[in-house]
Design a protein around this ligand. Sequence first.
Ligand SMILES: [Zn+2]
Length: 467
Amino acid sequence: MRLQFYNTLAHQKEEFVPLRPNQVGMYTCGPTVYDYPSIGNMRAYVFADTLRRVLEFNGYKVKMVMNITDVGHLESDGDEGEDKMALTAQRERKSPWEIARFYANVFLQDMERLNIKKPSVLAWATEHIAEMIAMVQELLERGYAYETSDGIYFDISKYPEYGRLAGQKLEDRLAGARVEVNEEKRHPADFALWKKAPKEHIMQWPSPWGMGYPGWHIECSAMGRKYLGDLFDIHTGGADHIPVHHENEIAQTAACTGQPAARYWMHNEFLLIDGGKMSKSLGNVYTISDLMERGFEPLSYRYFCHNAHYRRQLNFTWAALEAAQKGLLSLRRLVQGSAKQPTGAGAAERAASFREDFLAAINDDLNLPKAIAVLWEASKANLGRELYELAREWDQVLALDLCTGAVEEDGPLAREDLPPEVRALVEERDAARAEKNWTKSDALRQQLQEMGYVVKDTPQGTEIKRA
Ligand SMILES: [Zn+2]
């Protein structure tokens, strides 16, 4: 079936055609590991993982590369500000290497909790300094870069297509740039490929330009190229990366190869918190661990993400997460309850039609809200065991542990819902309790237990649940 994605570079939905048959090369911008990843950060990785799973569901073999930025980069997307890794290292009185290792492990654990598959290649920036230096050299030799007293810069005026991804003209970009403090830069929007390090700078490496450290953007270009080649299929990241980080990545790679690194550039929108921005000062930067402390299962967050299209902003509230968890648990209960049921009459034909609807939804630019709606429809269609089979297939994309995860706890059963013979025993037991005949009431409890019912005496009366 046709697979279509919204390609930010083309500013429209396009049919997906891979460079090589049956194979997809994909790069995802990973985290800078100097702090706990927020649930907003994790939305980007749920999206990238879902994309990978959709490709695999369609029969593609996916090579997925993700970077871990374990070298400090600067406070802003530009070249000013302080090194975030250095700031945390100072605050926590640890070496930047320890900081990076610690927060990278937290990130990898959160990925696992969200059923995000491990990338085929996890590329640590500090292990690819040589590749970055080589690419900076190549850019200098090709005349796209120049040296100043504090580093090597990319000359964006040499790359007329700069701004294509964000749909911004180069002249506007140049005119709109902030007043520049660095007078050696040829254009205000030129960005650093390599920075020369002052002695006290915390992480630095030898280079042809003395001791220094790489700019953030060159990391992704160098590592993407190393593992996926001059041109690969898909590059993903958050929408905030479009105007600077990804524009710069494209410029760097294209200046070396003549190709915009990837054919399809895909971006997920932000997560809002209570309708606003997530920020440290508002104290609303939640992590997956925060959700767990409040009694939520991490996969409830994944289910919550599936209920909005990745290109739309998604508003997080605790009430919405509560509703998501409830929904997920009841879905699982329906699915798991169907495992031992016989297949309903005509169920196979109806399941086939649900299969088509599900595939059409995910292949239409990852329309997960629609796919979830199809799952709900199927769960109410009396398919019997066919529902279990569908859920098992679809969970390869949804990754919600539909067939194995915890289900909601049974509520007490109303007396009128009990089978007559069970109801008769319960009433007999009520009478025995009223007469304080504990021997008889205990024997009846035992008898009910053997029939698959749990009896619990509460101040509000006797509750009957299925065992
Ligand atoms: Zn990147």
